[in-house]
Design a protein around this ligand. Structure first.
Ligand SMILES: *Cc1c(COP(=O)(O)O)cnc(C)c1O
Length: 448
């Protein structure tokens, strides 16, 4: 099979497992009148995605590659543990994300810390643990100078650079613009010389980092970013006369297809493109780090939400469901950039039949714009039916937004085989008592 046919076949198999899981979730009471929203993760698909990532890079280089999953894409300990079992590490950007990675058992040597605002305490902890750190800017590098001279550390250290190649189609996610907040802007006056000098003065700087892709960024632009960082590494190594930069961190950012079940672009196509565009990066002189997030999880999760009411307004049918801004803030606030596929299921969790009718799919929050889709043609949803909000495994239900004090839904991993569907709890639904506590319940008199 061609790789395209393979990714299409894998997509079809995943869609079949999803249908089985939705049906079983309703049959087993994971979703129902009293549990009107639940999130599901396809365990086998997550494993397969991680394996595909490893295979894609193993096919283009013999050098060591650390695939550090960007924890922010799906900050759930059991997911991190599953990815660890598939040979992945973690890219973290806050004390919370580091704690999650550690709780999942990810070793410091498989962990990378990259945030634009690391405090002295965070840097000290990272160096004490031996976690790799990419300094974002000259002030952070000065903090590393002080730490490195005060205590020995096993941490591989580097600098994050921004090749300033331009934006993708979503401004808020474009990291490689001229004025991006991330990293040292390489094309700014004097910046390149400053970076080369910084390495020449610090033999302990052995890594170089960029993360120039994201949703909406073309692979060709990402590859140019990787080439820019490779050329800089070569320039540094030539200037110091040895292979001081021994590892290049190419970031993540593989975009995801939100339009169908097909998983494109594939890791294999990206790795092949990189090898074509930047052959020297793969000749064995450089170790590699990758930091993929969205592409490892997005297509492997969905939200199942009950239709509480089906109504009509101004002639338009509206399904009022329990999935809205609290699980899909990006889609609700920026619908043109973040459209999501929605499936219609009947009250038993079976695919809903019927001619397509343009309808609005609304969430439970109290503002008019809380819509996951407007005028979407779907079989007409009725009270007690379900919607499946697809491709929400990254940056959606794991990124709860507590508007209207809506509780976080439970998250379950499923394995769907010919023998049936098994569910494993990834995260319990949030109890209302927790919500009260988070909302200062313990300090009820504080303002009297
Ligand atoms: C967000 C982020 C990633 C992951 O990006 P995806 O688009 O989810 O693959 C990787 N590295 C850094 C530094 C990031 O900020």
């Amino acid at each position: 099979m061609t790789s395209q046919a393979t990714s299409r076949a894998a997509g079809t198999a995943a869609a079949e497992r999803r249908e089985q899981a939705v049906r079983a979730a309703v049959e087993q009471g994971l979703a129902g009148p009293d549990v009107p929203i639940v999130a599901l993760l396809d365990t086998a698909s997550i494993r397969a995605g991680a394996a595909a990532l490893r295979a894609a890079f193993a096919a283009v280089t013999d050098a060591p590659v650390l695939h550090a999953f960007a924890v922010k894409a799906c900050p759930l300990v059991p997911v991190l543990r599953l990815l660890l079992a598939e040979g992945l590490g973690a890219e973290v950007a806050s004390p919370g994300e580091l704690a999650l990675a550690r709780a999942a058992g990810i070793r410091p040597t498989a962990t990378v810390l990259d945030s634009p605002a690391k405090t002295p305490a965070e840097l000290r902890e990272a160096l004490a643990l031996g976690i790799a750190v990419n300094a974002d800017n000259p002030q952070e590098l000065a903090r590393l100078d002080a730490l490195v001279s005060s205590a020995p550390s096993a941490s591989p250290l580097g600098i994050r650079v921004n090749p300033q190649l331009g934006a993708g189609s979503i401004d808020a996610l474009s990291t490689a613009t001229a004025t991006s907040k991330f990293g040292v802007a390489l094309l700014d006056d004097g910046a390149r010389d400053w970076v080369v000098g910084a390495y020449a003065e610090r033999p302990w700087l052995t890594r170089l980092h960029t993360h120039s892709g994201s949703q909406g960024v073309a692979l060709s632009l990402m590859a140019r970013g990787v080439r820019a960082v490779y050329e800089l590494a070569e320039e540094i190594n030539a200037a110091v006369g040895r292979q001081q930069v021994d590892t290049i961190d190419i970031g993540g950012g593989l975009p995801v297809n939100f339009g169908s079940d097909e998983e494109t672009p594939t890791y294999a196509s990206y790795a092949r493109l990189l090898k074509e565009e930047v052959p020297g990066l793969f000749d064995g002189r450089y170790g590699l780090v990758t930091e993929f997030g969205r592409s490892l999880l997005a297509k492997h999760g969905l939200v199942l939400a009950r239709v509480e009411y089906a109504k009509s307004s101004g002639g338009r049918p509206i399904a009022v469901t329990h999935a809205g801004v609290q699980i899909a803030a990006r889609t609700v606030y920026a619908p043109a950039s973040w459209p999501l596929r929605i499936e219609a299921y009947d009250a038993k969790g079976r695919p809903k039949q019927g001619p397509p009718v343009a309808q609005d799919i609304a969430g439970p929050a109290c503002f008019a714009g809380d819509l996951l889709a407007e005028n979407r043609p779907l079989p007409l949803l009725e009270q007690g039916d379900y919607t499946g909000v697809l491709d929400t495994g990254a940056y959606y239900f794991a990124h709860h937004y507590s508007y209207n004090s809506l509780a976080r839904p439970g998250i379950y991993g499923f394995t769907a085989t010919a023998d049936g569907v098994g569910f494993a709890t990834v995260r319990d639904p949030q109890p209302i008592a927790d919500l009260v506590e988070e909302a200062g319940g313990a300090h009820a008199d504080a303002l009297l």
